[in-house]
Design a protein around this ligand. Structure first.
Ligand code: ZN
Length: 431
């Protein structure tokens, strides 16, 4: 390798590699597709949701588009329920490029707006304004930008309040319950028998949006977007009797609260256990954890998750956090194909954020996302499009780098570290 060679922060692909232009403005959904989406969604819900579903509308009487529709995100079923709940109105959705994979024409036809995860894209503001002001349709955003890892609300970016304010439109929140319990992100292939319940609620009228500041709008959105699937399960006495219900839970509960060891948790059947100290917990039919012997550290699953997050934060604050690994990399420059990039090195620390260094066709590349530029991390459990194992993605405005770690069960912690480092940086700026 030539030492003086300039290292690029992108991949120099051969000319025949098709890139996707995420700055494309959305086309207006033809009403034919609105009808088709509604019919297909109804049919899919009827065929696949064995325990049935219910959609309740609150404060929605007489509300016509344009409006901003914010949805929590748990599973693919969210889309079906959304199309059923909003018919006969046209809904344009902000979707990530992976959602266009192998079917960009179709996703464009339904008027979607393309984005790469956790990147700042100026054209997105323009596309959203086009839907709300020119088409006067519903603009749907999944502000958590990923499926919930633990059945509670993830980070919601500040830009959402500004978006509502700028376009002077009502804000509607659609909250799904049951979708996560039926097919949690960490075991999404097998669907458990869980009834679904969705609420669609206008939380702010256009007049209220006009009178409130963007911060006040954000506060209201955050309040209304809160959900907790395990609490909902218990409150509604929903029993999950599948004998594999705990399988995959170790991907999010990766640290043992008994011996503190990380990444040695595992799960089988209805049990979660630590391979280091042998402690074992049962996941009850009502979604609580119970230690088979000794103290139950966390009966409520999200409490365990947040305890892990707090531990990561302590590590960052004490200066002991850093991560390095060899990863296998695939990129997604366009919507049709993932490209194998071979091995690369990744590191993550509070000084540099993420740094990914590898080479393609003998040309070195170096991709960096600073702490302040990344408020969360795109992680995938058993990723459905490339290799069906865990990976994380570092995106730039023009490419996405899907990294498969060599170290086992680390992606949830990487996500915590990204979020906590961002928050600490923000707190410092404010102070
Ligand atoms: Zn242990």
């Amino acid at each position: 390798m030539n030492e003086n060679k300039e290292i690029k922060d992108y991949i120099d692909y051969p000319a025949d590699v098709k890139k996707y232009d995420t700055s494309k403005l959305p086309i207006r959904q033809k009403f034919f597709f609105t009808v088709l989406l509604n019919l297909a969604s109804r049919a899919a819900l009827r065929l696949t949701v064995k325990k049935g579903y219910k959609i309740e509308k609150i404060n929605m009487e007489g509300l016509k588009p344009p409006y901003l529709l914010l949805s929590n995100h748990m599973q693919f079923t969210d889309f079906l329920l959304k199309y059923k709940a909003t018919f006969p109105h046209r809904v344009h959705t902000v979707a990530t490029l992976e959602g266009y994979y192998k079917k960009p024409w179709l996703v464009e036809q339904i008027g979607s707006i393309c984005k790469r995860k956790f990147t700042t894209d100026i054209s997105l503001i323009r596309s959203c304004a086009k839907v709300l002001r020119e088409y006067k349709d519903v603009l749907c955003i999944y502000p958590e930008a990923r499926y919930t890892p633990i059945g509670t609300c993830s980070e919601i970016p500040e830009v959402i309040g500004k978006l509502a304010k700028k376009n002077k439109v009502p804000v509607v929140v659609i909250i799904h319950h049951g979708n996560y319990l039926r097919a949690p992100f960490w075991d999404f292939r097998r669907k458990k028998a869980v009834p679904l319940y969705t609420t669609v609620k206008q939380i702010l009228t256009a007049e209220q949006v006009e009178q409130m500041s963007a911060d006040e709008i954000n506060a209201k959105i955050r309040e209304e977007m809160q959900y907790n699937e395990y609490k909902w399960q218990k409150d509604n006495n929903i029993r999950i009797t599948e004998d594999y219900r705990a399988e995959g839970l170790h991907k999010v509960l990766y640290q043992c609260p008994h011996c503190m060891t990380e990444s040695k948790m595992n799960s089988k059947g209805i049990h979660l256990f630590c391979e280091e100290c042998g402690k074992k917990w049962e996941l009850t039919e009502l979604g609580e954890l119970k230690a088979l012997e000794g103290e139950t550290e966390f009966a409520h699953i999200p409490d365990w998750f947040e305890w892990e997050r707090a531990n990561v934060r302590k590590e960052i604050e004490s200066g002991s956090y850093s991560f390095e690994d060899d990863v296998r990399v695939y990129t997604l420059p366009g919507a049709m194909k993932y490209y194998y990039m071979g091995d690369a090195k990744v590191r993550h620390n509070p000084e540099e954020g993420f740094v990914l260094e590898g080479s393609y066709n003998g040309e070195p590349y170096r991709v960096q996302r600073s702490v302040k530029s990344l408020y969360s991390l795109h992680v995938e459990y058993d990723y459905c499009h490339i290799e069906p194992i865990d990976c994380f993605d570092i995106s730039t405005q023009h490419d996405s780098f899907f990294c498969y770690p060599s170290k086992p069960n680390v992606i949830t912690k990487l996500c915590f570290a990204t979020e906590e480092m961002f928050k600490i940086a923000q707190e410092k700026t404010r102070a």
